[in-house]
Design a protein around this ligand. Structure first.
Ligand SMILES: C=CC1=C(C)c2cc3[nH]c(cc4nc(cc5[nH]c(cc1n2)c(C)c5CCC(=O)O)C(CCC(=O)O)=C4C)c(C)c3C=C
Ligand SMILES: [Fe+2]
Ligand SMILES: [Fe+2]
Length: 342
């Protein structure tokens, strides 16, 4: 029988906080046409002609504030997830990053070196997006066809609405909520509005009521819908009144219109609407990273206080919590079992 293995895939981080390493990482990341989806010439003009002139130095400074002795939080946490999962499953587990190192190719190679020929690949993103799940699958397929044509890969689908994940996230939030808070904000990574239209096979999503309707075929690929769905399921589990919750989208880049409302603007304005004590969580990320540890915990807190806010309580991601590792195990085992069915 074929030997099976698991590859956990996350976004990736620069090799170090040196400006040149950050530049190399941003170049690979932003030149991905699933991330900046302009034609090559215009993408190169924007990325290499404009963004890479100034952003690497700024981002390197931000990375320095979150970097640990072991390295980038995103990589270190993904390694911790791998180690914990390895202890409770009986197939090899490796990691691969969509950008930079360790690459998806290196992860597959490590599995193949252990005799694996059937891989369950887990893109560590709860919600589907062209710039995350889709590009991971595309890259893995490219690598598989070119380098490992005999290897089979089964992909774990977005799990934004799965009971096991929602229970796990809700419990994790419940434990970390402060005693008193005026609102719980769910801040998701944003995407350009255009990406939502592009991935809608039905051409029906209007980025409005459609995303909140309960049943619509466009939801399979609608990132905005999936973010609202995760939120609604979690607040139901937490028994929180909807009026006490806020959804927003962070980390926009460039001049395009991104999905709204924007987290930074929301943080500045909610104190004037009576939200002085805020709890905030970022469920688009399963592991803490630059976007949560710096953009939300540091910059976001400043924006909230600047707007008149008093207490700001950041709720960490699931990281390597045991209950989350159990969910990862169940999701992987479902797909491992799929191999037996074909
Ligand atoms: C969680 C899902 C993510 C989506 C969707 C996403 C889309 C997206 N991101 C950019 C641009 C940048 N993102 C950056 C960092 C970053 N993004 C995600 C996740 C998603 N991105 C993570 C986990 C991280 C942190 C990586 C780390 O090392 O900790 C950055 C780099 C940092 C910076 O310079 O600010 C950029 C740039 C775009 C353009 C996009 C959708 C089109
Ligand atoms: Fe991003
Ligand atoms: Fe939608």
């Amino acid at each position: 029988m074929a030997k099976k293995g698991i590859l956990l895939v996350n976004l990736g981080s620069p090799r170090s906080t040196a400006v040149n390493d950050v530049k190399e990482y941003l170049d690979e990341f932003l030149m991905d046409e699933k991330v900046i989806d302009y034609r090559w010439f215009f993408r190169a003009l924007l990325v290499q002609g404009i963004i890479l002139k100034t952003r690497p130095a700024k981002s390197a400074e931000a990375y320095k504030t979150v970097w640990t002795d072991e390295g980038s939080p995103l990589i270190v946490i993904t390694q911790k997830i791998q180690k914990k999962l390895q202890k409770i499953v009986d197939v090899p587990v490796e990691i691969g990053m969509r950008y930079a190192q360790p690459s998806i190719e290196a992860g597959i190679q490590k599995l193949v070196d252990q005799g694996v020929s059937e891989i369950v690949l887990f893109p560590l993103y709860p919600q589907y997006a062209m710039s995350t799940t889709e590009t991971v699958i595309e890259k893995a397929e490219e690598v598989r066809k070119k380098k490992f044509p005999k290897v089979k890969i089964n992909y774990i689908q977005p799990f934004y609405n799965r009971d096991i994940y929602i229970n796990c996230l809700a419990e994790s939030i419940r434990e970390k909520l402060p005693e008193n808070f005026d609102a719980l904000q769910f801040s998701y990574h944003g995407v350009p509005e255009r990406h939502i239209y592009k991935t809608d096979p039905t051409n029906t999503c209007n980025l409005n009521d459609c995303c909140s309707r309960d049943s619509n075929p466009s939801h399979k690929f609608c990132y905005r819908h999936q973010c609202y769905k995760t939120t609604n399921l979690v607040i139901e589990k937490l028994n929180l009144p909807k009026e006490k919750t806020i959804v927003s989208f962070q980390s926009r880049l460039g001049k395009d219109k991104w999905i709204e409302p924007y987290t930074d603007e929301t943080l500045e304005t909610i104190p004037k609407k009576g939200v002085k004590n805020l709890a905030i969580v970022c469920p688009a990320f399963v592991s803490d990273c630059l976007e949560t540890l710096e953009e939300i915990s540091v910059e976001g807190k400043e924006q909230f206080q600047h707007g008149g806010g008093e207490s700001f309580h950041y709720i960490p991601c699931l990281n390597d919590e045991d209950r989350w590792i159990d969910v990862v195990k169940i999701l992987c085992e479902e797909k491992l079992n799929d191999f037996y069915l074909v």
